[in-house]
Design a binder for this molecule. Structure first.
Ligand code: C5P
Length: 276
């Protein structure tokens, strides 16, 4: 039995630059990996079965991205081995933190090694993008500039600073937000240099603010301490902090109806620095 981490991400900005013929949207974003992670225990089985022995509450095993990722790797490689997958969830679901996608990526990377499939990262990312647009960034395991559906990635070295993360205990369905008629879909493309100089915004923020007043309240509250922003399609929000102490000080003041924690940015996923 081996343990494999699946870190969360923040979108430091997210612009929707167009609608595509395949129903998806073109976007620009920065994926910042953070040190909040799910843990996945994996035990290889010789009988070829994929079983989820523990996992996300309310998600049926057959719909769980960890099971779907394992099956996709079996199909792609023809390998006859199976696995027991046990997921300890720490990343809130429906929060815009990429937890489900990261779990899927970790299963692809881990089983590729444990089953000795010898696929390269490009192959794993190609299998992953069919499971979710955010899976490739977690396969590659680097904080990155993302374009296209979010799968065209350029690694970025960002300051490994601290953030306050607030979960307003609201679940938001990604697909609902992408379909919102009022969503801005024509943000002008920017360059990486311009983002690094002058930042950006999250185009989902006005939509989420008006559809989910609790998230608007959390944004306003956190905005009193530092510039607060939505990650992905929400519902989680975050604000950068100059130190862990400062982040923890704000966390202790977060109203009790919301969940809050201090997290640290990481340029490299812990999945990439494992010695097994
Ligand atoms: O890829 P994922 O399953 O995370 O996406 C969920 C839904 O969000 C998609 O079905 C699609 O409607 C929308 N989406 C999009 N453009 C993207 C990513 C997601 O329209 N770049």
């Amino acid at each position: 039995m081996t343990l494999w981490p699946a870190p969360a991400k923040l979108n430091l900005f997210l612009h929707i630059t167009g609608r595509r013929a395949d129903g998806y949207h073109d976007l620009q974003t920065v994926f910042q990996l953070v040190d909040l992670a799910d843990d996945i225990h994996i035990q290889v089985r010789k009988d070829g079965l994929i079983e989820r022995t523990r996992g996300a509450e309310g998600v049926p095993a057959e719909a769980d991205l960890v099971v779907r990722a394992a099956r996709a790797l079996q199909t792609a490689t023809g390998v006859g081995l199976g696995a027991n997958l046990s997921v300890t969830k720490r990343i809130p679901m429906g929060g815009g933190l990429g937890g489900g996608s990261s779990d899927a990526a970790t299963v692809l990377v881990a089983l590729n090694r444990l089953w000795e499939c010898r696929l390269c990262d490009d192959d794993l990312a190609a299998i992953g993008v069919k499971l979710g647009a955010d899976v490739p960034v977690f396969v590659r395991g680097r904080s990155a500039w993302g374009e296209g559906r979010g799968e065209r990635l350029t690694p970025l070295d960002l300051p490994e600073g601290y953030f306050v993360l607030v979960h307003p205990r609201v679940h938001i369905q990604t697909a609902e937000l992408f379909q919102a008629p009022e969503l801005t879909r024509n943000s002008p493309p920017i360059t990486m240099t311009r983002f690094l100089q002058s930042g950006g915004r999250n185009d989902f923020e006005p939509v989420v603010r008006s559809r989910y007043p609790e998230v608007a309240r959390a944004l306003d509250w956190l905005g009193n301490f530092a510039p607060a922003r939505l990650t992905g399609t929400g519902s989680c929000i975050f604000a950068p902090c100059p130190s862990l102490n400062e982040a923890q000080r704000i966390v202790t003041r977060v109203p009790a109806q919301w969940r809050a924690m201090a997290v640290r940015g990481m340029n490299i996923s812990p999945l990439r620095t494992l010695d097994h």
